[in-house]
Structures are given as C-alpha cells and as structure tokens.
Design a protein around this ligand. Structure first.
Ligand SMILES: Nc1ncnc2c1ncn2[C@@H]1O[C@H](COP(=O)(O)OP(=O)(O)OP(=O)(O)O)[C@@H](O)[C@H]1O
Ligand SMILES: [Mg+2]
Length: 342
C-alpha cells in the first residue's frame, strides 16, 4: 500500500464527519477502513440504520472526491452494519459526550505518571486553541482536583446535570469533587460503573474538541468497560522505562487492541534525570525501554519526559508545568506531544 496515496486519501476524508458520532473520518476512527492496492481503493464504512441516508450521500462524495486524487485508479465504497449487533456496539452507546476526540491515558502499572501526563496534555491542547475537558476516571484515587488546583462541588444545571468545574480553561470532572479525598471509596464493581456513567452522561460537558480521560492503573473491568463504552478515538499508554512497568504497559496495549481502540502512542515518563551538578542525563531505570517497546508493537513513540523535581512540586501544588513554566523544556515537550496527536 502506498503511504503517499493513503495519506492523501485521509487528507480528503478527515474533513467529513461520521454521522453517527460526529468524529472525523481520520486514521484513528475505527468506523472507517481504507485499503489501497495498486491505485484501487476500497473504503469500508460501519454504519447505523438511523443515518443511512447520510451515509449514502457520503458514499457518492467519497467516490467522486477520492477518484480525483493522484494515483487513484478506482474507488469502491462499501457500507457495513456488521458491528451493530455486537455487544461492544451496544456498550458504545452507553456513554455519550459531544467531543470530536476522546483520548484515554492509560498504563498497566500504577504511579508511572498518567495523571501528571493527562493534566499537562490537556493544558497543552488548550494552549494550542482546543476546547478540552478532563474526566478523572480514577474512582479510587482521583488526582485531577489536586493537580488542576481545584476543589468544590459542581452545581446542577436546569436539566439536572452536573456542571463541570473549570481550571485553566479546562472543564474537569472527578469523583474527588463529590466525595472527600480522605474518605476511602469502598465501592463494588456495578457502583463504580454507575459512577463512571454519571460522569459521562450526567455532566454538562458541552461541545469539546478533546476529552482526556485519566484512567485508573491496570487493565481491569473499569478500564475495559470504559474502553468499550465511551467511543474512544484512541489511547495513550504511559510507562516508565524499566521492565516491570513495560510488562504492564504491554497488557494495556493488548487490552486496547482487543477492543479495537487504536493506541495513539507510548510515552516514556521518568526517562532520565538531569543532575544539577553535572548537567548530564542519567538513565536511572533503563535507556529507551519504552521506545524499543513501541517499535516492537509498531505503535508510535510520542516522546520521553525526564524525572523532574519541579514537575512533582507543580503537580502537588496544582500548577501544571505547562501553566507554571510555559517556556520550560518540559512544557515544550508536552506541547510537542499534543501537536503530534492533532
Ligand atoms: N516526570 C516526573 N518527574 C517527577 N515526578 C513525577 C513525574 N511524573 C510524575 N511524577 C510524580 O509521581 C507521582 C505519581 O504520578 P501520577 O499521580 O501522575 O501517576 P499515576 O500513574 O497517575 O498514578 P496512579 O496509578 O496512582 O493513578 C506524583 O507525585 C507526580 O507528581
Ligand atoms: Mg493517576
């Protein structure tokens, strides 16, 4: 398959939105598949019955538009409703948010820096002009209130939905706004799912460009259900470079693959330490472990972030690095990663 032709095909397709979920038809959208061989293009669209007329209109637009591209000899667009009866499709409609892209930040292992990454990625995206929300899906250990420097109780809107709290221009929702952070959340599975569902459907998110979901660590039921139920555009896996973390990251990658959620990429956190005295990079855990892992899995490597004392303090004090020191090297790294995702 020619990468050049495929890129120009998606360049054309990305300007059109899926009538079902309003997501753009880009490479991350699992409702569209494009196969190109020797200039012959096959486009397969997963469709739903209620929007059939819109899909039929798109079929002729795609046929006409794609036929004009350089190197394209023939175009076939097929509509399939295969997914509709599957359980994953049933789950998909459970959680609904009007966001162009929903991205989950995940890791296999706990404490590798997911929440720090989620918060700074959201801020970086917002600084790049996007409308962003963060959903803290860590019911047992919510970190977003502290890291975004907000507390308080969300108020209810006229139609009895919760109004997210805003910090640094980002809409935030977390169980931490509803229960005291010092109270252990002793909830069983169904209650956790109910709470998560409330954070999607019971919140006035409004229209967003990106919703960032900060997932709890691991690959358990909550992560799996969220991955299946929330129409994720993709996931980003955060890992530290050492083997124990990468083993768990691998489980995360496989979980998303199993439920057909594209892995946007792998980020290596706490990659190295720059010593105050010698200004040299010290690779404490191992060198480029996550980068090699990304290559092995053929997923993009999005970048590496150092261990940085200031970053830890900024997180604890509710001033994300991208806000506190927007000119700093770390903020620039988050901006670069955000840009690579658009
Ligand atoms: N690059 C970094 N340099 C220094 N400290 C960091 C870095 N990334 C994260 N931390 C700190 O490490 C701790 C854990 O980070 P964080 O809460 O983001 O991890 P997590 O993966 O979300 O954890 P959990 O699995 O518990 O949700 C925090 O105190 C955070 O400030
Ligand atoms: Mg966390």
């Amino acid at each position: 398959m020619s990468d050049k032709i495929l890129s120009s095909i998606f360049e054309f397709l990305k300007d059109y939105k899926d009538p079902e979920n309003n997501n753009s038809f880009n490479r991350k959208n699992s409702n569209i598949q494009v196969v190109e061989k020797n200039g012959n293009v096959n486009v397969i669209l997963s469709v739903t019955k209620q929007h059939l007329d819109k899909y039929e209109k798109l079929t002729s637009i795609f046929k006409e538009g794609l036929s004009k591209l350089d190197g394209v000899l023939s175009v076939n667009v097929a509509l399939t409703s295969e997914n509709q009866t599957s359980t994953s499709e049933k789950n998909e409609s459970r959680f609904q948010i009007d966001a162009t892209d929903i991205i989950a930040i995940a890791s296999g292992k706990g404490g590798v820096g997911k929440s720090t990454f989620a918060v700074n990625l959201a801020v970086a995206m917002s600084q790049l002009g996007k409308k962003v929300g963060i959903l803290d899906a860590d019911i047992y250990g919510p970190s977003v209130p502290r890291m975004m420097g907000i507390s308080g109780r969300p108020e209810a809107s006229q139609n009895k939905k919760l109004i997210p709290l805003e910090s640094y221009g980002i809409k935030c929702m977390s169980i931490g706004f509803l229960v005291s952070v010092d109270t252990p959340t002793i909830w069983r599975g169904p209650m956790v799912m109910k709470a998560l569902e409330q954070m999607f459907n019971g919140v006035e998110w409004g229209q967003l460009d990106y919703l960032i979901i900060d997932l709890p660590p691991g690959t358990g039921d909550a992560q799996l259900t969220l991955a299946q139920s929330s129409k994720l555009s993709g996931s980003i896996i955060v890992s530290t470079p050492q083997d124990v973390a990468l083993n768990d990251a691998r489980k995360g990658i496989n979980m998303f693959k199993r439920v057909d959620v594209p892995v946007i990429g792998l980020v290596e956190n706490m990659s190295y330490f720059i010593c105050d005295n010698c200004d040299e990079k010290h690779y404490i855990f191992s060198h480029e472990g996550a980068k090699k892992e990304a290559e092995k899995f053929q997923i993009p490597f999005l970048g590496s972030l150092p261990i940085d004392k200031e970053l830890r303090i900024q997180s604890d004090e509710g001033r994300p690095a991208c806000i506190d020191k927007p000119e700093g090297d770390i903020a620039k790294k988050y901006l670069e990663i955000a840009k690579s995702i658009f």
